[in-house]
Design a protein. Sequence first.
Length: 487
Amino acid sequence: MSSPLGNTSTSNVRRDVLASLVVFLVALPLCVGVAVASGVPAELGLITGIVGGLVVGALPGSSLQVSGPAAGLTVLVYEAVQTFGLAALGALVLVSGLIQIGLGALRFGRVFRAISVSVVHGMLAGIGLVLIFGQLYTMAGLEQPRSGFEKIIGVPGLVADVLTSRQALTAAAIGLGTIAVLVLWKKLPARVQVLPAPLAAVALATAVAAVGGLSVPRVEVQGLLSAVQPPGTSAFAALASLAAVGTVLAFALIASAESLFSAAAVDRMHDGKGTEYDKELMAQGVGNTLCGALGALPLTAVIVRSSANVQAGARTKLSRILHGLWLVLFAALLPAAIGIIPLAALAGVLIHAGCKLVPAGEFRPLWRRHRGEALVLAATALAIVAVGMFEGVLLGLLLAVVKCAWETSQVQVGVHELTDGRLIVSITGSATFLRLPRLLETLEAIPQDRPVELDLTGVRHLDHACATTLDTWAQRRGTSVATLTNA
């Protein structure tokens, strides 16, 4: 009988152990940074990373992608904590996890792959923009405004505050230095790049702050067990509001879409067994249900950690399980190490991650080739920044549907005169309400004193709006209409 971990030969185990250490070193600063940016204790990010490794990592679905707290959900979690309180976060995440399990059981896993790529990219771009501008304030040690729009228009004031405050300027310098290390790390020799860039950047920033005795805000540490706050009855009572329901649906939708898009990307990176999407969706749901029960952050499959896992030579799911074990050992043996990390360094890591979410280089080619897709992407991103995550995603989905309907609703109207003076109006294609203006413009331009024959034999689809309009037009023409052929 084969092992549930896959091929556990000695060579594969050795590769998986080494890959797990790489993933652990990448995940550690991101787990802490995402938690701090989300407005929750740093330990909750580690708990989510541990669940993603030990629990989701052992479940069927995808073998090589890694789950944990994601920058893509940071903005939504922050808004949820500010609106409903930290105590309600667990209930929100738990219910969203149950929804994911239900969707997976109903075989909705592949349906999520049908979500417009432009909406997903627009969602990530909007999250990236809010994350970037929000973390600029954290990088300077200042409180960030509530809405994405306020964060953007407040940047000039932020710059003024940094220039007039020594402590803010020091913190900003640490953050900018962290970003510089992340950007330049790939240009260093390969033997140096064995150490993951996020860990190296945070370690260097921490060392500089410690050696220089710099007075900057640092991560607050409470302890792993004390940070666990299972949701109580009052937390679930808060879910009765429409806003809470919207947040739960946003958690479930975004976490599922990001995980399954990540799975599709990871499958292209290796030649092993592909992802079973329904099982992966259920695995993510189990993980989020457990994270919710522990009062921790929601988890998704994360492409940064997943690609690091594949590139490090992982062969089975053992690597992602072990990365969760290393997180447990770190949290148990070295908890004080978290408390010396400057917040500005983590903010720098997240600003760098946010920049990767914004497809600036891909937008211009997309605009040239598929202008409609580019408009959906931009509208989704801007709506998330201006209004909010849930509203922005809904707008993006609506625009994607309208765009699809517009493109598939192609109708041609031709007017031909016969030798006996009759006019033949032929309509071909798909006649929907989106094309009514053009259809009516042609029909109303036909002289009232000419006999007309309306030919609909070339119509592939005729919706109710067009059928009613044509019927009304025919009745108004009276006997001047020779025939009305139903498609």
